[in-house]
Design a protein around this ligand. Structure first.
Ligand SMILES: Nc1ncnc2c1ncn2[C@@H]1O[C@H](COP(=O)(O)OP(=O)(O)OP(=O)(O)O)[C@@H](O)[C@H]1O
Length: 289
């Protein structure tokens, strides 16, 4: 098996907080790989270190046999990245953004124009191609960000929550594009919280929890006889129970129409029945929250 990505003991600390505690991530070439884990598990920090956006405190990351931090220029030519909290050049149109990215990547102008046109069409952004990026919706931003990440035909594509905010039709389109990409031998690594999606798309899964990889391998092996969702819950410790932890005040907000009083306990809201001001409403400027 050739490896698109391998990390050894990747480590990152923020003050007292160890975000990534010695991660050995492996992703075979040509995989559609999912990186999953609960909030705060260290997925974004790991992906940022692998893609050369964040310097590790320890360990190393290798992409296509090249050390990310020793051969940064060669590595960056081979990877495409759709990072979390993507920052785009807001005052360019979608088309201009792609042309600019393509020229930065050293692709000849005519070739960039052709690729940009095709990507805009595939992403269903043709009608918005000349609109400024600042006026794009969340899903449109994801799509133009993905188009920019694909423009130079990377060997490995890293996507942080690529489907967040993307409508089902567009998600289907993105899936098709990414499937075609991996079918040709390129690699996709994406982080997601949506287990159904990971189960449907991925043939390789790495599960992170508290800064560690807790399971990794072909989807069928990680999942076993269970659904991926159940495997995930088993691996990361299952749901936390909120029943005993209070929250007795939560819910039961109905107003008894006959008396005009609210059902919730402890509410000292107004005597009126206006739902917007009852139970902790902030109708008064500077009102108690
Ligand atoms: N810049 C930072 N400064 C301080 N702590 C950070 C910073 N970035 C991340 N952390 C901490 O590192 C840990 C891992 O965060 P990270 O964003 O990598 O997790 P994640 O798995 O991507 O989470 P999520 O699924 O919520 O996006 C968290 O405890 C987070 O609070």
């Amino acid at each position: 098996m050739t490896e698109a990505v391998r990390t050894q003991g990747l480590f990152k600390r923020y003050g007292q907080q160890i975000a990534v505690a010695g991660v050995d991530l492996v992703v075979p070439s040509g995989s559609f790989a999912g990186l999953v884990g609960p909030n705060g598990a260290g997925k974004t920090t790991t992906l940022s270190m692998i893609t050369g956006l964040l310097r590790p405190d320890g360990g190393r990351a290798v992409i296509d046999g090249l050390d990310v931090w020793r051969d940064p220029v060669q590595v960056k030519a081979r990877v495409g990245v759709l990072p979390e909290g993507l920052r785009l050049f807001e005052r360019l149109s979608g088309r201009e953004l792609l042309l600019y990215n393509g020229r930065l990547r050293g692709i000849p102008a005519a070739e960039v124009e052709q690729r940009a046109g095709e990507l805009l069409a595939v992403m269903d952004l043709r009608d918005a191609a000349d609109k400024l990026v600042v006026d794009y919706s969340t899903g449109m931003r994801k799509k133009i960000g993905l188009a920019a990440a694909l423009l130079h035909n990377p060997s490995v594509l890293f996507l942080d929550e690529p489907f967040e905010g993307v409508d089902p039709v567009s998600a289907d389109t993105l899936t098709d594009v990414l499937r075609r990409f991996t079918a040709s031998g390129s690699t996709v690594i994406f982080s997601s919280h949506v287990m159904d999606l990971v189960e449907r798309l991925c043939d390789w899964v790495s599960v992170m929890s508290a800064g560690h990889i807790v399971a990794q391998g072909p989807l069928a092996e990680v999942r076993g006889e269970r659904s991926l969702n159940q495997a995930f819950l088993d691996l990361v410790g299952g749901p936390r129970h909120t029943g005993e932890a209070g929250l007795t005040w939560l819910g039961a907000n109905g107003t008894d129409a006959s008396t005009g009083s609210t059902a919730s306990t402890g509410s000292t809201a107004s005597s009126g029945t206006d739902a917007s001001t009852a139970s902790g409403g902030t109708a008064q400027p500077g009102g108690e929250r």
